[in-house]
Design a protein around this ligand. Structure first.
Ligand SMILES: [Zn+2]
Length: 468
């Protein structure tokens, strides 16, 4: 009897030990692999527990300009303050009524404190909060300000990045809001369906690409053995199977090479070229260039661009798709990434906006490293397109971007988005480089007119500032 009891006791003891070990292993696994993701979930109640002992850290631009800070009044009430009001609304985001932007992506980091042991001891002893870590972003404060001013009076999106690293330098989405007053104006902001104020148009806005899509059509044509020097003739319009397409303002471009047609943004040549393409191979190229799939990187809330050209597509759909109309939709972020890849031998970077995390005294706690997603084009393809995009600046619709201080490359677009074709989005997608700096960008101004007339001047303002 006694022996039996001992045996049961041993089994129970080992049973508990086993359960305890499993718990311990799970706990270690959770700490190492899961906790950051779990804690960073905006719906997690643990967040509020962390903010009870840590004063939320600041958000800084790359040069240390304070973009968000937490102020405490005499009664100990905290208030999140955004010194630049609307200027960084979508990039930096807000921290009430949910979170977006860096306030979301850096939430966990800003609620941790790596202050010195002494400071933490004193604070803990006095029951004071510890200073949270700061997030230093990749944002270029002077570029953001210049771009924001250049965009005054327009709705749309501007995104600029360093093409070799994917560091986001400027991010503007309009209409915008003042993050200082999000809580009090929440009902108006969140229910505004006509202008979707909360939508970050740089990462979530899906736009018809217009002629900026001719980058893909040209790449496919050249892939299939099309020649730069093929002579074409444009008399301003072209009809196939009863569907008619026009060049901008019915302009007849006359005799031109394929490269001229790209620089002139000639719809007639590109619609004709489109009808000759292998549609399966065109679809493959688009997917290789990240259409219909999630973009890489850690940015929250990015949407996928859409491209679909079925094998039995009508002539009308093929012609429209070849000039960036039809069913194709793109995000400005995606177009800036394509420009980045073209500038760097086909290698696309992963976009990111958090450069480092530092403690309250500026000591770096965590440094984020640039990552390459990989080749979306071969070096030969990228360099060929680079030459084409340079030609748009030297001989085409972006001539205003010629400068002694930098070499610019690009493609303009004027995208129809209404059935009556009266209003058009103005686009510019491109990049520029000097001996020591480089930048890629996508600009879309909603209903603003032509890419050449409206978006190029905004690009110019940004390049002048950046290469100053
Ligand atoms: Zn033409």
């Amino acid at each position: 009897m006694k022996k039996n009891n001992n045996k049961e006791f041993t089994v129970i003891t080992f049973g508990f030990l086993f359960l305890f070990l499993i718990l311990l292993l799970y706990f270690i696994y959770f700490m190492i692999f899961q906790s950051e993701e779990f804690i960073n979930n905006p719906y997690n109640a643990r967040i509020s527990a962390m903010s009870d002992s840590v004063k939320r850290g600041d958000i800084l631009s790359a040069d240390g300009t304070v973009l968000a800070t937490t102020e405490t009044d005499e009664e100990g009430n905290e208030k999140r303050v955004y010194p630049y009001d609307n200027m960084y609304a979508h990039a930096v985001g807000f921290n009430t009524n949910g979170k977006i932007g860096v306030e979301l992506d850096g939430n966990f980091q800003m609620l941790r404190s790596h202050a010195s042991v002494l400071i933490r001891l004193i604070n803990d002893f006095q029951d004071h909060k510890n200073p949270g870590d700061r997030v230093r972003t990749t944002l270029d404060a002077s570029l953001q300000e210049r771009a924001y001013r250049a965009m005054e009076g327009y709705n749309g999106a501007i995104i600029a990045m360093e093409p070799s690293t994917g560091k986001i330098l400027a991010m503007i989405s309009k209409p915008d809001f003042d993050p200082n007053t999000v809580a009090s104006e929440w009902d108006a902001i969140s229910t505004d369906e006509t202008s979707s104020v909360l939508l970050n148009r740089t990462t979530q806005g899906l736009y018809p690409p217009g002629s900026t899509f001719k980058i893909l059509t040209a790449l496919e044509y050249l892939n299939e053995g099309g020649e730069d020097a093929d002579p074409f003739a444009c008399d301003g319009s072209f009809t196939s199977d009863g569907f008619e397409i026009h060049c901008y303002k019915n302009k007849a471009h006359g005799e031109e090479t394929f490269k001229d047609a790209f620089a002139n943004s000639c719809n007639v040549v590109f619609a004709r070229t489109g009808l000759s393409l292998n549609l399966a191979s065109f679809q493959n190229l688009s997917e290789q260039m990240m259409f219909n799939q999630a973009l890489p990187g850690e940015l929250s809330n990015t949407k996928s661009s859409q491209f679909s050209l079925p094998l039995d597509a009508s002539d009308a759909l093929i012609m429209q798709t070849s000039i960036g109309q039809g069913d194709t939709l793109v995000t400005p972020l995606h177009m800036a990434l394509i420009a980045s890849a073209i500038s760097h031998e086909g290698v696309m970077p992963e976009p990111y906006m958090m450069d480092s995390v530092e403690n309250n005294e500026g000591k770096i706690v965590k440094q984020y490293q640039p990552k390459e997603y990989g080749n979306i084009l071969s070096t030969v393809q990228a360099d060929h397109m680079k030459e084409y995009m340079r030609y748009v600046v030297t001989n085409g619709t972006a001539e205003a971007l010629q400068s002694d201080r930098y070499t610019a490359y690009g493609k303009t677009g004027t995208a129809e988005y209404k059935a009556d074709k009266k209003d058009t989005h103005a686009w510019f997608v491109g990049f520029a480089e000097s001996d020591d700096k480089e930048i890629a960008m996508a600009i879309v101004l909603e209903g603003a007119g032509s890419g050449s007339g409206v978006a190029v001047p905004v690009a110019k303002a940004m390049l002048e500032e950046y290469f100053d």
